[in-house]
Design a protein around this ligand. Sequence first.
Ligand code: FAD
Length: 428
Amino acid sequence: MTQRTPHTDSYYASTRNDTVDRPILKEHIEADVCIVGGGFTGMSSALHLAEAGFKVVVLEAARIGFGASGRNGGQLVNSYSRDIDTIEKNYGMSIGKTLGDMAFEGGNIIRERIEKYNIDCDYKPGGIFAAFNKKQMHDLTEQKALWERYGHTGLELLDENSIKEQINSGAYIGGLLDHTGGHIHPLNLLLGEAAAFESLGGVIYEDSKVIEVVRSETPVVKTEHGQVTAKYVLMAGNAYMAGLIPELAAKSMPCGTQIVTTEVLDESVAKALIPNGYCVEDCNYKLDYYRVTGDNRLLYGGGVTYGGGDPASIQAFIRGRLEKNFPQLKGVKFDFAWGGDFLLTMSRLPQFGQLTPNIYYAQGYSGHGVTTTHLAGRLIAEAMKGHAERFDAFGQLKHFPFPGGRLLRVPYTAIGATYYGLRDKLGI
Ligand SMILES: Cc1cc2nc3c(=O)[nH]c(=O)nc-3n(C[C@H](O)[C@H](O)[C@H](O)COP(=O)(O)OP(=O)(O)OC[C@H]3O[C@@H](n4cnc5c(N)ncnc54)[C@H](O)[C@@H]3O)c2cc1C
């Protein structure tokens, strides 16, 4: 019997709602659309396409949700990793307006999915951006005005007293509460979307790594034991897809980030940490992000390893950060510690486009991908149905290689991050 690839040993994998092994592709089949990668980009697109009547096959190298989508902080962060004013400045008001109008759609898609397909994924509304200093607070005030300009209401500035009511930590001087942010158990969201996709006739193969995509008029997607001939292909392997899109390799960089979960805390202890159950990310360049899970653990993530991978001890790395914010949890037991890779671009904006007229790609959400992957799925389905205007608005964004080439891009980027980290410490 073939050995199946396990999930990484995470809190999410140990509390997932579905432990089914999907089959390995061992034949030659045909489909309207073949999707390479079973993360949020792939599964969100698959579900939108199946809803539109397409015959869709998803090929996943390991297990669906094996990558960042099944390992992340679970935070529904609105907008993009580069905010709309920078897009307006760098790409012009017209592209800024088109992208700005879509900036809050991904979160709505997730809420619609949860409701429509009755997905059990511990959804809780509300997310806080927490500021350590006046400069960060000033930026949050500007962000609120900017997002309101794009019609996003439901934002609330928190002063020093009000943030202490929301987060039992002395670390912050204020923050911004986004009532339409929130958090989910990401692997269970993904598995719920997969079940919805399958209920519409969609087919998923696991342990079926794509080794070649033949870029012919009718593309052929090859795995070790089988192949799919499809009218359209979507490349959705993100940071885990080394080598399949060589023309984009220099313009993106895998980066690691790590998470721990504590043991289950007494309900009163968990509630005292974040009384209204919001998720939190701070405003530092290398930010920390945390929340209380459905079963009352503190789930705490942070840091970035440029080039991907994990530090020698994830637990030691996160413990210092966690205990600085929450000294009341000093010595708390960790039950799980894991890492995962996301894909960074120079502009911090995602890369959407076409390798040929019928081979699409979407990747590079630069650390904030839970909502944007869901937007991506809708835009890809629109494009394959012949309405590419919104997909093409992302496709027009210019992407540049990281300086330093393959050998030096990691140290160069790390030096840049150290500079911005210093600015965070100095509050400038
Ligand atoms: C630890 C961590 C915490 C994060 N926290 C947050 C957060 O709180 N909020 C937020 O918005 N974003 C967060 N992110 C980012 C977010 O998770 C990602 O942007 C998003 O999940 C990317 O989804 P994806 O489907 O594009 O890629 P992935 O989820 O990585 O999926 C890619 C899939 O493709 C498969 N694959 C790769 N190559 C092949 C191949 N050759 N053949 C077949 N399959 C292949 C992989 O096995 C994988 O399953 C976090 C990321 C990490 C790593």
